[in-house]
Design a protein around this ligand. Sequence first.
Ligand code: CMX
Ligand code: CO
Length: 135
Amino acid sequence: MKLINLDHVAIAVEDLDATIAEYRRQYGVEPLYREVIEEQGVEEAMIPVGGSYVQLLRPLSDQTPVGRYLAKNGPGLHHIAYAVPSIEHALAHLKSEGVRLIDESPRLGGRGAKIAFVHPKELAGTLIELVELNE
Ligand code: CMX
Ligand code: CO
């Protein structure tokens, strides 16, 4: 198992345009990408900060992971994502350690990356995403 870096910190929001405008006004930063990821039920905006991103997530409906999270908690920190060299190796390692995975095999995320989630009850109440970037 090897973590390359903290790829992103994800924040669930109701209004993507308004949140982007506030990041611009308060911190002077801009999204580099904005895309709809049907498979994850989100529209995401990626704001580069140093070598990592802030990922703003707007749910496409109430019946999505981010939609359910917002309904329960309101806007806030949703997950953190670590870049790994091989998502298959990382998932095999976690599985061998008995860690509860949400995704047993990788799914398609933003930037054409392979992603997979680990259950938030497995480590300090944090939803963790693994990302293998498609360089
Ligand atoms: N962070 C920490 N804890 C969380 C959480 C989160 N984001 N989401 C849910 N939980 C906790 C809940 O508070 C709840 O805890 P309690 O039982 O103590 O109350 C428990 O986990 C179960 O939550 P739930 O609301 O009953 O479960 P959901 O049906 O909403 O499922 C989860 C939770 C994590 C399995 C689901 O959100 C999921 O599959 N997430 C992975 C996919 C995803 O988040 N995609 C969007 C991002 C896409 C991207 O980054 O590109
Ligand atoms: Co993410």
